[in-house]
Design a protein around this ligand. Structure first.
Ligand SMILES: [Zn+2]
Length: 386
């Protein structure tokens, strides 16, 4: 594999040294529970490379069909993140723990297992269309094997190839690639219902309640089995995830009728275990319900200003770690002053509370506006102090 042999920046230069000292101080203070200002972080995951794809003109059709290229892009984009002074991140050095790598067919894993048509596009990430099955077809639907069904078989082939060739064999910028993730999982059982039944599931909620209950239960059981089968051994007993990318369209009443009972039943032994709740996009109205029934330690990817973060802070209290992002619409399409104003409006004393707040840059998809990301970082320095 053709990989860079060095960072393109000089970690000994005065500017990089100063950046690293500042970033280290901010991160250490936050971790010690005595933050000086809100940290601005780059949350790393395998799909976070659009900004780098723009730089090199990556063809995403090749990325999704060639596991070697997949790994190469993940590693090189992780290097690139460590060259750009736009986050509280240590530059010019590999990560302290591991390079974050893995098979990346998100978010098409579960729909791909169920035979949804996949859309491969040059400029952007993989997607799928809904099968728009009838009620009868949904009831008769055979669940794909969690060992080898559809896309699951592809993922396993990719994973075996990558582990066999590179895991603990490949070194990158002085650090071994020591753990390549398998990338199995779903975006939530209701999202999967939308992939299979389509938007008709919404009217089914009013016209055919028994069908919705039994279909969602079937998909939740399958999702649960898939996740536990492929989770790392230490994660097999983790709580059933509260995250579901489709649920923000539901009214509180429909969420409480169809989704909540499954979440409660799946978590019946773990209601005391504090959970992470990833919730990007809209869905303000779901927080009081989630907060009433589950213990939370972290809210992840809360999007400003689509969500009223101050109200959520009031609901969940000062101890919950809120990890927030500013809407792509502002960061990618706004003028520099729009970005600065958004940061100013967002970082109120009430939201900052006693300091359990982190800002992240989001998924860094193709089309990420790097100039505005610089402005964002500078604005967090300006308005994020305690
Ligand atoms: Zn999300």
């Amino acid at each position: 594999m053709n990989l860079s042999s060095a960072f393109s920046i000089d970690p000994q230069s005065t500017a990089i040294k100063r950046h690293n000292l500042q970033a280290r101080a901010i991160i250490d203070a936050f971790n010690a529970g005595r933050p000086k200002r809100v940290p601005f972080k780059c949350s790393e995951w395998v799909g976070q490379h659009g900004f780098y794809a723009d730089e090199i003109g990556l063809d995403y059709r090749a990325y999704y069909t060639d596991p070697d290229l997949m790994l190469q892009v993940q590693l090189e984009s992780a290097r690139r993140k460590r060259e750009l002074p736009v986050h509280d991140m240590i530059l010019g050095a590999p990560p302290q723990e591991s390079w974050f790598t893995g098979v990346d067919l998100w978010p098409a894993v579960a729909p791909g297992a169920f035979g949804c048509e996949l859309l491969y596009r040059k400029e952007t990430v993989i997607a799928n269309s809904s099968r728009h099955l009838s009620v009868e077809e949904c009831d008769a639907l055979e669940l794909p094997s969690i060992e080898s069904g559809g896309m699951i078989g592809t993922i396993r082939r990719y994973h075996e190839h990558l582990v066999g060739n590179y895991e603990n064999k490949l070194s990158f910028l002085g650090k071994k690639v020591d753990h390549i993730q398998n990338g199995m999982g779903t975006s939530g059982f209701f999202s999967l219902a939308l992939d299979l039944r389509g938007e008709a599931i919404m009217s089914d909620m009013y016209e055919n309640e028994p069908f919705v209950h039994r279909f969602l239960q079937k998909l939740a059981d399958w999702s649960d089995a898939l996740t536990r089968r492929w989770a790392a051994p230490r994660d097999r007993h983790a709580p059933f995830p509260l995250t579901d990318h489709g649920t923000d369209m539901l009214s509180p009443a429909m969420f409480e009728k169809f989704i909540l009972p499954i979440l409660l039943e799946k978590n019946r032994d773990k209601l005391h275990v504090p959970q992470l709740f990833h919730h990007c996009g809209r869905g303000q109205h779901l927080f009081p319900i989630i907060n009433r029934h589950f213990k939370l330690h972290t809210l992840h990817a809360l999007t400003f200003p689509l969500l009223d973060l101050e109200r959520i802070r009031e609901e969940v209290g000062d101890e919950v770690h809120m990890i927030a992002a500013i809407s792509d619409g502002i960061v990618n399409l706004g003028k520099p002053d729009d970005v600065r104003q958004a940061v100013k409006m967002m970082l109120t004393p009430k939201l900052k509370g006693r300091g359990r707040l982190t800002l992240i840059s989001g998924d860094l998809l193709p089309g990420t506006n790097m100039e505005n990301l610089h402005v964002l970082y500078e604005s967090v320095k300006e308005f994020g102090e305690y």
